[in-house]
Ligand binder design. Structure first.
Ligand SMILES: Cc1cc2nc3c(=O)[nH]c(=O)nc-3n(C[C@H](O)[C@H](O)[C@H](O)COP(=O)(O)OP(=O)(O)OC[C@H]3O[C@@H](n4cnc5c(N)ncnc54)[C@H](O)[C@@H]3O)c2cc1C
Length: 389
């Protein structure tokens, strides 16, 4: 297969600026050169391709839509295209970048002290430091309001106790943003790896996101100075605002996985012959699947682009992002399943990217608000009635 040309059924490229297309092409080239050649082995071996971190930092991928501290200051549409291209490589690589930028750098920039910004943002931007975001707990996933991790103020220090799990980048991070319950509500704390009482254990046995590190964080009588708390992050709305940033990137990212699956299946069905030496692409049932995929990809591209333009205009609401995440992840997962089917037995092989994308997308459906939870957000938005409990 030649290098990736994207999927543009409706000339949507004409809606992008030259600069946006340039960003997309440079990330596309990066993915072809640095991710595609290694990702199959990384995935099979359950290993993150750590050699790309400093290169991604150098390319300006981390916190790319944030301002200052060496960040690339991309528009939100450019940032979305970056996520799209990275996820064409692998959802685990896009997750790495999402966590670093949207879940660690964004909260430090938005809610942190000057000292925290100076200390962490340049290092996180360059990839010299890696961060993780600890919200989920063993007993509280979809409902973070139930969190049991606590932080107690003792003199000039905070003592933190709790357990966080399913934490992307945990085992490769130098700093964790851990959310904990205090007397003043939920607050965020920057805990540095190596702090006594803070231990990280990687989760093994994943059949999805195998090229991404996922860990549990154990926090036992862990003492951090007052200066470790993000001063402006008050209440659960602070971590939720970070999730909105990350979900926005996911809504774009999954387009990359979906396009890769569609394009792989399209090319395969034209070449593969069955029954009287005819390409399987000549059968109506096969074309039905291809037509469904390219239609849904096109609709999802429009949704992502419009969401991005709204974000750039400062008009984007969390409930809009829920629609983007829910629709585009569901669409990508269905494209992966249909493409897998169209490749027959070859569809299960690691020679093709489809099964890897499909397994990864099962995680993407679950994390950052499950499909159900985003359905409830949209339901509440249109009825005014919350249905979470
Ligand atoms: C690979 C991976 C990486 C992750 N990375 C991070 C990370 O970096 N940081 C972090 O904090 N977390 C992370 N997560 C955790 C992720 O955000 C949670 O798994 C997610 O929020 C769902 O929580 P849960 O797994 O506990 O499922 P549950 O909340 O137990 O949900 C199980 C099922 O019940 C459904 N359900 C629950 N409540 C309702 C309801 N009210 N109505 C209808 N259906 C409902 C859900 O939709 C789902 O189908 C990661 C997860 C994975 C798999």
């Amino acid at each position: 297969m030649g290098s990736f040309r994207g999927v543009d059924y409706m000339h949507l490229d004409s809606l992008l600026t030259d600069e946006e297309r340039l960003v997309r092409q440079s990330v596309r080239d990066f993915v072809d050169a640095e991710i595609i050649p290694v990702i199959k082995d990384c995935y099979n071996q359950g290993r993150f391709p750590s050699q790309i971190v400093s290169k991604m930092g150098h390319m300006g991928f981390f916190g790319a839509n944030l301002k200052g501290y060496g960040c690339a200051e991309m528009s939100n549409v450019e940032y979305g295209l970056l996520m799209q291209e990275l996820e064409r490589g692998d959802s685990g690589v896009r997750s790495f970048c999402s966590v670093q930028g949207a879940l660690v750098m964004y909260p430090i920039l938005t809610y942190g002290s000057d000292e925290q910004k100076q200390k962490w943002l340049p290092r996180l931007q360059s990839g010299e430091a890696i961060g993780c975001f600890g919200l989920t707990e063993p007993g509280f996933g979809s409902n973070p309001a139930g969190m049991q991790t606590t932080a107690r103020k003792v003199g000039s220090e905070w003592t933190i106790n709790g357990e966080k799990t399913w934490i992307t980048n945990g085992g490769v991070s130098q700093v964790a943003l851990v959310w904990a319950r205090t007397d003043e509500g939920v607050r965020g704390f920057l805990i540095e790896t190596g702090t006594p009482g803070y231990t990280i254990r990687d989760i093994h046995g994943k059949l999805s996101m195998r090229a991404s590190v996922t860990s549990s964080l154990s926090i036992e009588e862990c003492k951090v100075p007052e200066s470790a708390m993000l001063p402006l992050a008050k209440g659960l709305k602070a971590p939720l605002s970070c999730l909105t940033q990350a979900r926005y990137g996911i809504g774009w990212g999954v387009l990359g996985a979906a396009m890769d699956c569609f394009e792989t299946a399209r090319q395969y069905t034209i070449l593969r012959k069955q029954f009287d030496d005819k390409p399987i692409a000549s059968h109506q049932l096969v074309q039905d699947k291809l037509a469904w995929m390219v239609t849904e990809i096109t609709k999802a591209q429009l949704l992502a682009l419009h969401t991005g333009r709204l974000k750039d205009q400062g008009k984007l609401e969390p409930a809009h992002v829920s629609m983007l995440k829910r629709n585009n992840v569901g669409m990508a997962l269905e494209c992966a399943r249909l493409s897998r089917d169209l490749l027959g037995a070859n569809g299960i092989m690691d020679e093709y990217p489809i099964m890897r994308h499909m397994c990864n997308l099962e995680t993407v459906k679950t994390y950052e608000g499950t499909d159900h939870i985003h359905t409830l957000v949209i339901g509440e938005r249109v009825t005014g009635v919350p249905a979470y409990k």
